[in-house]
Write a protein that binds this ligand. Structure first.
Ligand code: AMP
Ligand code: GLY
Length: 424
């Protein structure tokens, strides 16, 4: 079988390594992939948002199955376009990807179908939004409606900060059209859990839960990033919580999307907060999370391609999805200065990997056969061990064997989860 994977980050590297385990796979093309993915797939220089280019490539290269991993091509209709030329796809259609593409859509969906989430109001008019803020409880959360490269969420600690955020989105248009509608949302508290799920629009099978570490610095200080590390499973996500989430969030969401004529097929990511009033949805993503995928897929015991094909064919109910009884930790090694300005072009040296060790490359390119840094998040150092503490220690041991100049990483990935485990 010839597979095509759209995307080029650590998430795509993890997906490709899992797909490769299927003995029926002969070729994997990554569009565009990256310098590290090139060790596992044939990288083709076609951008993930170049839908026409992707479809033309797929038509010419006898692709049997495609996986569209990032949010922007999904929101642009990449899955639809590939299906139109007869290629089965893992990834939602455009009309379902809107669950991530428009936060206003997703908030209205949750309100209509009684899915627990933060209270909210929607504004397009600056003056109305500013008036509303006068009486809103502080802190408050301001969100741009559309995709904003993960930067469209502002937790305002003061009224002034909230007003500045509203002005920058509605007046200065810092997020362009993505911010021409904004949501002002109730500030929630509690531990956060990421739950990725497989769904074919009828059946939903949650994957192993995980915990992201979004802030740049130790102790959850510093700027928000795409994610500096992850652990799985998430100790806050107990069996009782999982059951409640299935009944109040996962199934109702799948049914709601179907009822709206937008059945969701692919990976639906539930960003949850376990509030004192129960689990609530912080956000939906229409795709695998990154770096969540880097800890979740190494724990998958079942064959990923088989599960993805079942999702695409609408046969998930007949498919078993098994997980390893183990823990995983991913430490992201980034370029110093990320998420703002950083230098790149430094050579990366990688060690010989042992069993249950993975290095998923996110931001690197090949320069005369040498791997050099080319992005903010450079790679994820991942290990799988019987228990969380061992996985954390092993992942930091792996980090010690990887070298590039200007490397920067958090030293406390998994510590909050460990403390939570010890509390129980
Ligand atoms: P997002 O970019 O949508 O992943 O949001 C970034 C982060 O903002 C989330 O991971 C939460 O930590 C935080 N956040 C978003 N919405 C809320 C909310 N209503 N209350 C508290 N924190 C929030
Ligand atoms: N790690 C969060 C995300 O992928 O959106």
């Amino acid at each position: 079988m010839n597979l095509l994977v759209v995307g080029g980050g650590g998430r795509e590297h993890a997906i490709i390594q899992s797909l490769k385990k299927n003995p029926g796979v002969s070729r994997i093309y990554a569009l565009p992939g990256n310098g590290g993915i090139a060790a596992d797939a044939e990288c083709v220089a076609i951008n993930a948002t170049d839908i026409k280019g992707i479809v033309e490539f797929a038509a010419k290269n006898a692709i049997d199955f495609a996986v569209v991993a990032p949010d922007d091509p999904l929101v642009l209709g990449c899955a639809d376009a590939l299906q139109e030329i007869g290629i089965p796809v893992f990834g939602p259609n455009k009309n379902a990807a809107i669950i991530e593409g428009s936060k206003v859509f997703s908030k209205r969906l949750m309100q209509k179908y009684n899915i627990p989430t933060a209270a909210y109001a929607v504004f397009t008019d600056l003056k109305e939004a500013l008036d509303y803020i006068e009486d809103a409880p502080i802190p408050t959360v301001i969100k741009a409606d559309g995709l904003a490269l993960g930067k469209g969420v502002i937790i305002a600690q003061t009224r002034q900060e909230a007003k500045n955020a509203l002005r920058s989105m509605l007046e200065d248009k810092v997020f362009g059209d993505s911010g021409s509608r904004v949501i002002v949302e109730e500030f929630l508290t509690g531990p956060e859990v990421s739950v990725l799920s497989f769904t074919d629009g009828e059946t939903v099978i949650p994957m192993i839960s995980s915990m992201d570490h979004k802030r740049a610095l130790d102790g959850d200080e510093g700027l928000n990033t795409g994610g500096m590390g992850t652990i799985a499973p998430n100790p806050y996500y107990t069996e009782a919580v999982a059951k409640e989430c299935m009944e109040t969030i996962f199934l109702p969401t799948i049914r709601a999307m179907k009822a709206e004529g937008r059945p969701f097929k692919g990976c639906l990511y539930f960003g949850l907060m376990l509030t004192p009033k129960g689990p609530k949805v912080i956000e939906y993503n229409c795709r695998f999370g990154d770096p969540e995928t880097q800890v979740v897929l190494p724990l998958l015991e079942s064959d990923l391609l088989t599960v993805m094909q079942a999702v695409s064919a609408g046969k998930l109910a007949e498919t078993e999805v098994k997980w390893k009884d183990a823990a995983a930790c991913c430490v992201v090694m980034a370029s110093k200065g990320y998420p703002t300005a950083y230098e790149k072009g430094f050579e990366i040296t990688l060690p010989q990997l042992e069993q249950d060790e993975h290095v998923f490359i996110a931001g690197a390119r090949l320069a005369e056969d040498k791997l050099v840094t080319s992005g903010g998040r450079v790679l994820g150092a991942v290990t799988v061990r019987p228990a969380l503490k061992e996985a954390i220690d092993a992942s930091y041991g792996l980090v010690d064997r990887i070298h590039f100049d200007n490397a920067f990483y958090r030293r406390d990935i998994g510590q909050r989860a460990l403390a939570a485990k010890e509390d129980k």
